[in-house]
Design a protein around this ligand. Structure first.
Ligand code: ADP
Ligand code: MG
Length: 323
């Protein structure tokens, strides 16, 4: 049996030296620590490439192991909070005292900051200005262009790259050595392909696969990958169908941008799961044809989130009509 602790936590880099595949960023941050010249920063890039992990590793290298307990570092996740007022209060409480030891300022990480509306971002920018003497801000976001310009221009921007095949190999080797897994080269290649350079996804797939066997084969990997997307697709469809579109959308967002499930997998899982939904056959037929259109439009470059939402909305419209 594997332990209860998720591998994405177990294999979170403890120091900048352990951050994989983001050499330019690691060099810049290491220099910033050496010189003590630390600006506000904006970390952008796709899910699972180390934005959150690097912010933590940076703070730990700067302040030491007790960077959180000693009050130097606070993480706020914009997608968990109910609004800018709650966030402002938290920042205020955190940043109003100047730390006794250390470089004279604290670090606040606002994670998933592109979840804030433009209006909330403007309010946050004022908070940044208000506390910039005692606090440096790191904002993490999947999409650079969802961050308002006044914040972009106040931050040093770090663009995180998708993890390359060598980076995936490095992580797989780290885990395999430590967990006693047997992983052949073809599995590394497939993990790279399926994950699209998302290490969160690599770790989750490996951990799930390892529950079945210490010998990870390509077949096992496929089974596990299909299973994960299927469960998420079913849950979001059930939520939409039970009238809870907001929760369904959250789950979709989580799947696409946090768990790094690919849109193709979600759409094809929705296709398989649709058979099992308890709705009238005629409605099912309409949904299949909608799903076909969505699949096509995504292949032509339409925004996956928007497209998949049309299916969830159609399901939502059926809530109350279950057979
Ligand atoms: N560049 C990286 N180097 C080492 N581990 C990484 C890297 N990127 C992601 N990981 C692993 O994946 C997990 C999730 O990464 P995270 O930093 O939360 O991704 P992001 O914030 O970019 O979505 C981390 O806890 C770590 O285990
Ligand atoms: Mg993150």
């Amino acid at each position: 049996m594997t332990e209860a602790i998720p591998w994405i936590e177990k294999y979170r880099p403890k120091t900048l030296k352990e951050v994989i595949n983001q050499e330019a960023i690691v060099t810049a941050l290491t220099n910033a620590i050496r010189t003590g010249n630390i600006p506000h920063m904006l970390f952008t890039g796709p899910p699972g490439v180390g934005k959150t992990a690097t912010a933590h590793a940076f703070a730990r290298d700067l302040y030491g192991e007790r960077y959180i307990e000693d009050g130097h570092f606070l993480e706020i996740n914009a997608s968990d909070e109910r609004g800018i007022d709650v966030i402002r209060e938290k920042v205020k409480n955190f940043a109003r005292t100047i730390p006794m030891a250390g470089p004279g300022f604290k670090i606040l990480l606002l994670d998933e900051s592109d979840m804030l509306t433009a209006e909330a971002q403007h309010a946050f920018r004022r908070v940044m200005e208000q506390f910039s003497t005692t606090c440096r801000f790191i904002l993490a976001a999947n999409y650079f262009n969802r961050i308002i310009e006044p914040i972009q221009s106040r931050c040093a921007v770090f663009r995180f790259k998708p993890i390359e095949e060598d980076g995936v190999r490095q992580m797989v080797e780290r885990v395999a050595r430590n967990e006693g897994l047997e992983v052949d080269e073809q599995v590394v290649k497939e993990l790279y392909r399926i994950s699209e350079g998302d290490l969160r996804k690599v770790l989750n797939l490996l951990q799930t696969a390892s529950v079945y066997s210490k010998r990870i084969t390509v077949d096992l990997l496929y089974r596990v990958a299909g299973l994960a997307a299927g469960i998420e697709a079913r849950r979001m469809m059930e939520l939409a169908l039970s009238g809870n579109l907001t929760e369904a959308r959250k789950l979709l967002w989580q799947a696409l941008y946090v768990d790094g499930v690919s849109e193709r997998e979600i759409v094809s899982s929705m296709y398989s799961e649709l058979f099992y939904l308890s709705i009238p056959e005629t409605e099912k037929a309409k949904l299949f044809s909608l799903l076909g259109e969505v699949d096509y439009r995504i292949s032509q470059g339409a925004t996956p989130e928007v497209q998949i939402m049309t299916v969830l909305s159609a399901l939502h419209a059926l809530s109350g009509k279950r057979s």
